[in-house]
Ligand binder design. Structure first.
Ligand SMILES: C[S@@+](CC[C@H](N)C(=O)[O-])C[C@H]1O[C@@H](n2cnc3c(N)ncnc32)[C@H](O)[C@@H]1O
Length: 122
């Protein structure tokens, strides 16, 4: 709803047709259908068609896919942009993702309560 004030847009990906339909219906009911685009399908494939600049990424889909999402979205993320990832807990998080967000000198990451917050510095 804050995006109504900032003029921002949100794109979300959902592989499950039922959940995508429920999300679309709820966004419409909330009066946000013109701000939020629900893309149905495998985000790993669908993301390759996304070309816009991105301010914030929120990862909460397949945990083993986080590194691929990072690699695909980092070039689109503007400097100063954020990548927020859920379920960054030992045993749940993909260690390759943790390594990528903590060893890249262009990124700064903190992890709190199972959520990682990564800033793209440049
Ligand atoms: C933990 S839920 C997301 C919950 C959501 N962030 C919320 O707060 O309501 C993960 C979702 O990711 C979807 N998902 C899993 N793998 C996916 C993929 N490869 N592409 C798109 N969606 C995927 C699942 O179907 C599921 O609905």
């Amino acid at each position: 709803m804050a995006l109504q004030k900032t003029g921002g847009k949100l794109t979300t990906y959902e592989i499950d047709a039922g959940r995508a339909a429920a999300a679309r219906a709820n966004f419409k009911k909330a009066g946000l259908a013109d701000i939020i685009t629900v893309v149905e399908g495998d985000a790993h494939e669908k993301l390759t068609q996304f070309k816009d600049s991105v301010d914030i990424v929120f990862l909460d889909a397949d945990k083993e896919g986080y590194l691929d999402y990072l690699n695909k979205l980092l070039p689109l993320l503007r400097p100063g942009g954020l990548i927020i990832a859920h379920n960054i807990t030992p045993g749940s998080a993909d260690p390759r993702y943790i390594e990528a967000i903590t060893t890249n000198p262009g990124l700064e990451t903190i992890v709190r309560s199972g959520v990682s917050l990564t800033l793209k510095k440049r």
